[in-house]
Design a protein around this ligand. Structure first.
Ligand SMILES: Nc1ncnc2c1ncn2[C@@H]1O[C@H](COP(=O)(O)OP(=O)(O)O)[C@@H](O)[C@H]1O
Ligand SMILES: [Mg+2]
Length: 362
């Protein structure tokens, strides 16, 4: 609540830089990005990597296609999600939209501003939370917010007030004057988001904002993002978490291997899956044979053992409830106890599986 009123007063006290209080949209046209050096650190994201030997070069030059023609239109005032597995190109898209990554070809706009050509104007309009928090460990939480506010030219009284409100909203007040060095990952993440909101940007980019947050903090974050959006702001967030995309985003683009594979509201996307049930099973004991038999039941598309929990498995199938009886009989014939069954309706996870044959969680 506090953030909404603060944000409104902030808007009325300062003329918005572009347009009269109008929200700002985001657009990309056929964005392509090919990296020609390996990723900074082995980042776990599977990447297509083909070595091309340039004339006279001793070293093979990698050609990593991160974006393969992404066109998007995010409406002003929308919470828009980019959903995709690791390595899909989400961070590269955010990098291009926030002036940090130069596209190999294609164009991107924030409002009317071409991102690469008008970087200064664009930077005034956006707030960014990168995937890895990049906070100065030698500053306190409050200092980080105040310095950021000063950088954006907010006067001293206003920035002090804003910092206090944001620290409170993100439940960081009791640690406000301690150095960031001692913060947990979740606290740093909250602070990074507060910092991105400090100058009240028209467009907020959040790259995997809730990765590493506990469930309670994740809910707090969702609430804050919705509030921010209700004050007229555009939010683009990336996630590989379908529950998050479903709960928070008004529209989504699902991307994989640098391409947009589906676009729509969560409800539209889910309705586009022909069958798409997920049955989460827990057995009394580990039985690989049981899993093989499940695979052969009519309508079962995939049986996936759950990591760290060898008695459990996820079954992706065209039908839900009608499978339970058959699974129970299989288990009983194999003398394996069926302890728990949870059926979920068609979901974004299942949509991804349907489009790519793979799970989002890979
Ligand atoms: N700075 C970089 N240099 C080289 N390759 C990169 C760099 N950043 C990302 N990549 C590669 O580009 C692809 C897309 O990565 P990224 O945009 O980070 O995907 P996501 O955020 O969806 O996990 C991956 O194959 C990744 O390894
Ligand atoms: Mg990423």
């Amino acid at each position: 609540m506090a953030l909404i009123s603060l944000s409104q007063s902030f808007l009325t006290q300062r003329a918005p830089p572009y347009g009269i209080g109008m929200s700002t949209g985001i657009r990309t046209r056929d964005l392509r990005k090919t990296y020609t050096s390996p990723p900074p650190l082995a980042s776990g994201g599977g990447f297509g990597f083909s070595a091309a030997r340039g004339k006279g070069n001793k070293q093979p030059k990698p050609q990593i296609v991160a974006l393969d023609g992404i066109s998007l239109e995010v409406l002003p005032g929308e919470i828009f999600g980019l959903l995709g597995p690791n390595g899909a190109g989400k961070s590269t898209t955010v990098g291009i939209l926030t002036t940090r990554v130069r596209p190999t070809s294609g164009q991107a706009w924030i409002g009317e501003h071409d991102v690469w050509a008008e970087q200064v104007a664009v930077k005034r309009l956006i707030g960014v939370v990168q995937q890895r928090p990049n906070l100065d460990f030698t500053l306190t939480a409050r200092e980080i917010l105040l310095f950021h506010g000063a950088y954006f030219g907010i006067d001293s009284h206003e920035r002090t007030e804003r910092a206090t409100t944001l620290l409170e909203r993100f439940k960081l007040t009791d640690r406000a004057d301690q150095m960031v060095r001692g913060f947990s990952g979740g606290m740093m993440q909250r602070l990074a988001i507060a910092r991105a909101m400090m100058h009240d940007p028209q467009v907020l980019f959040l790259d995997e904002p809730s990765a590493g947050l506990d469930p309670q903090t994740r809910l707090l974050l969702w609430e804050i993002i919705r509030e921010y959006n209700q004050s007229g702001k555009t939010v683009l967030l990336t996630t590989h978490n379908m529950e998050e995309a479903d709960a928070l985003c008004q529209r989504l683009a699902i991307i994989d291997h640098g391409k947009n594979i589906a676009l729509g509201t969560p409800a539209e996307l889910k309705a586009s899956v022909p069958g798409g049930y997920l049955l989460r099973l827990r057995f009394g004991q580990h039985s690989p044979e049981m899993l093989q038999r499940l695979q052969r039941l009519a309508g079962v598309r995939e049986v996936r053992p759950i990591a760290n929990n060898e008695n459990s498995a996820d079954v992706y199938a065209d039908r839900g409830g009608s499978l339970v009886g058959e699974i129970a009989s299989l288990a009983s014939a194999a003398s394996v106890e069926l302890c728990d069954v949870h059926i979920s309706e068609p979901s974004l996870e299942n949509l991804f599986l349907h489009h790519t044959g793979r799970s989002l969680r890979d």
